[in-house]
Design a protein around this ligand. Sequence first.
Ligand SMILES: [Fe+2]
Ligand SMILES: [Fe+2]
Length: 140
Amino acid sequence: MYKLSMAYIEWTDSLSVGVELFNRQHRKLLDMVNEMYDALTSGKTNDVMEEILERLIDYTVEHFQSEEGYFKKYDYPLNKQHKQEHDSLVKDVLLLKEKFVNGDVTISYETMSFLQDWLQKHILESDMDYKAFFNGKGVY
Ligand SMILES: [Fe+2]
Ligand SMILES: [Fe+2]
């Protein structure tokens, strides 16, 4: 299983989805979530938080497009449901950003654990499903 060391998400092989490009992108996403955690614990301003959150959202969208491009190219059978999950994840995080910008929510330990779950669950439950498929196509 994956390891949660207090609030940092550590990369371990159990998070590997078998495709180097996506592993690299996932690591970058984890780094951003950890960066936000750092910003929270060191009492950074809301502007800093917002900047990180925006970067996280942009990169998430970019990453989802990469995965979906591969799904199409290789005719991945779970393409449709996976894409739906991406769409709803983007919606969730855009909603979080909106609430944050409006001052309805602060970046707290609670929102951090939301972001961690949001990312890890998707990698472990849905992305992991394409591992055998892509590896079977010779894509690593
Ligand atoms: Fe995905
Ligand atoms: Fe992913």
